[in-house]
Design a protein around this ligand. Structure first.
Ligand code: KIV
Length: 280
């Protein structure tokens, strides 16, 4: 089944929604085949794939490049392109143009936009252009310097009230869902109860309508830092290291390639090849 924005909306209160990140064809293919509802081409690609120290350092051209690889693999999931920091710096019109690139050039079905000072006007214009938008509040890594750093958000009543208002405003503008990142579980519960659109939590506890994780964290493929909210379902890094080391040792020892990895030539053809000294 092809998952649409309306399907996502319709699941609220019925069953939990699942979302994972992907940035390339092979992982997107596995995520899609596993039946995950939504694939986010997140700007977290900056940290977990490109080796950058901030998501603000990834631009539109990289995001479109990765989004195209993901949509090539997609059969069922709703693919969402994450609007990078640079995409809305100039003005709302430029942001709309960039959102449209995710849809028309990369084949995404929607975009995600983190909360920032002027995000309401940008969100309004993107939705008015006919593009589905997923909001993102709480810990917003692109503007972490403005919210006290990479910390849990909404821990006191006034911060919590501000987040509830932001959520309500984004719903009013027409967002089809909302990521809640690093907020207390009981606050996520209040926001989830208040909204008609689904909330997707990451570090926001079990009461959200759905969950998202960075796939590289879930698979143990990103070793630099593991946030408290991550569950590593498998630790692939040591397995990959072992495989690479084994390959290296087998090549050095002459054990790889073995006969089963080789192509043969008939003996009579081999005899017809002139002596190599005669070939220049
Ligand atoms: O870029 C990303 O991976 C995200 C998720 C953490 C929601 O925005």
């Amino acid at each position: 089944m092809d998952i649409t924005v309306n399907d996502v909306l319709a699941q609220k209160g019925k069953r939990k929604l699942t979302m994972l990140t992907a940035y390339d064809y092979p992982l997107a293919d596995l995520v899609d085949k596993a039946g995950i509802d939504m694939i986010l081409v997140g700007d977290s690609v900056a940290n977990v794939v490109l080796g950058l120290d901030s998501t603000t350092k990834v631009g539109m051209s990289e995001m479109i490049h990765h989004a195209k690889a993901v949509t090539r693999a997609r059969k069922h999931a709703l693919v969402i392109g994450d609007m990078p920091y640079e995409s809305y710096q100039l003005n709302p019109e430029e942001a709309v143009k960039n959102a449209r690139r995710f849809i028309e050039e990369a084949g995404c079905a929607a975009v995600k936009l983190e909360w920032f000072d002027d995000c309401l006007e940008v969100t309004r214009q993107i939705i008015q252009a006919g593009i589905a938008v997923m909001g993102h509040i709480g810990l917003t890594p692109q503007t972490a310097d403005k919210i006290g750093g990479f910390k849990v958000q909404g821990k006191d009543a006034s911060q919590a009230e501000r987040l509830i208002r932001q959520a309500a405003e984004l719903e009013r503008l027409g967002c089809f869902s909302l990521v809640l990142e690093c907020v207390p579980d009981k606050l996520a519960q209040i926001i989830t109860r208040k909204l008609r659109i689904p909330t997707i939590g990451i570090g926001a506890g079990p009461y959200c309508d759905g969950q998202v994780l960075v796939t590289h964290d879930l698979l143990g493929l990103f070793q630099r830092f593991t946030p408290k909210f991550v569950k590593k379902y498998v630790d692939l890094s040591p397995l990959i290291s072992q495989a690479i080391e084994k390959y290296k040792n087998e090549v050095i020892a002459g054990d790889f390639p073995a006969p089963e990895h080789c192509f043969s030539i008939k003996e009579e053809e081999l005899k017809k090849i002139p002596d190599e000294k005669e070939i220049n």
